[in-house]
Design a protein around this ligand. Structure first.
Ligand code: NAP
Length: 255
């Protein structure tokens, strides 16, 4: 299918060592893209890069601006050109207003989820502009950053909400450079990060009851949305779009 053919394209994917980011890397690699796999756990990235065609593991801590700058400089030195950038690295921790915050507290979630996304967009967009690449940037928010808020998660909700506004706020400046930026808003997807919610049959039954489409998504259920936004041929006129992929929980979950 030529609309979704990503041969001769290079995609940088953060969070590629686990869950959604790992599946995004598999999906883009299958579509023909060269994939640059970024996260902190180099060993996991190396294992995945051996499995995928045309992959390169890149250690990067998105909460550290210097780490991002070094990583993007390394890519530049190696002659890598980023056409597609997926910001999937993210962390979650409970931040109850009256109780004790998790170790992954409010600040940590803002640093990784918001600043990390901002730092990488800054670095990659500059590279895209310099090389006149009409690239595609895809941010990963959450229903908790949009229409499905959750008590005890103010830090996560605020961080994921910021990603949506960041996406919209950058449309004009990036558009001047021919770069598209969009955002996927996932609902519940089975990954190592959400496994704790899905351990018992009772937990799974209750979640399926709440989700209007009555199933819990697998990471590959986001493949179509990802490919659509990644491909300049499939979505040449799409920028600033916030696409919810949540089985309907944002609108039907309150029954
Ligand atoms: N699963 C869901 O239901 C769901 C729903 C909505 C939104 N999301 C969003 O989707 C994204 C992926 O979530 P997931 O469920 O796949 O979680 P996950 O399995 O825990 O994966 C998180 C990924 O982020 C990377 N990461 C965390 N901190 C990092 C840092 N400072 N620098 C670089 N990489 C870092 C981790 O790699 P290292 O630890 O190796 O660095 C890992 O690869 C997150 O942004 C999450 O908020 C998930």
């Amino acid at each position: 299918m030529t609309l979704f053919d990503l041969h001769h394209q290079t995609a940088l994917i953060t969070g590629a060592s686990s869950g959604l980011g790992e599946q995004f890397a598999r999906c883009l690699s299958r579509a023909g893209a060269r994939v640059i796999l970024a996260a902190r756990s180099l060993e996991k990235l190396e294992t995945l890069s051996q499995e995928l065609k045309n992959a390169f593991p890149l250690q990067m801590d998105v909460a550290d601006k210097v780490s991002i700058q070094r990583a993007v400089e390394l890519l530049e030195e190696r002659g890598e050109r980023i056409d597609i950038c997926i910001n999937a690295a993210g962390i979650y921790g409970g931040t109850p207003i009256f109780g004790k915050e998790d170790e992954i507290d409010f600040e940590a979630q803002l640093e990784t989820n918001v600043l990390g996304t901002w730092y990488l967009i800054q670095a990659v967009a500059q590279q895209m502009k310099q090389h006149e690449i009409g690239g595609s940037i895809i941010n990963i928010s959450s229903v908790n950053g949009a229409d499905y808020l959750h008590p005890g998660r103010a830090g996560y909700c605020a961080s994921k909400s910021a990603i949506i506004q960041l996406t919209k706020a950058l449309v004009g400046e990036l558009g001047d450079a021919g770069i598209r930026i969009n955002c996927i808003v996932p609902g519940l997807v089975r990954t190592p990060a959400t496994e704790y919610k899905l351990q018992t049959e009772e937990q799974r039954r209750e979640l399926k009851r709440l989700i209007p489409l009555h199933f819990i998504a697998e990471p590959s259920d986001l493949d179509g949305t990802l490919l659509y936004l990644a491909s300049n041929k499939a979505s040449p006129y799409v920028t600033g779009s916030i696409i919810t992929v949540d089985g309907g929980i944002s609108w039907g979950g309150a029954r």
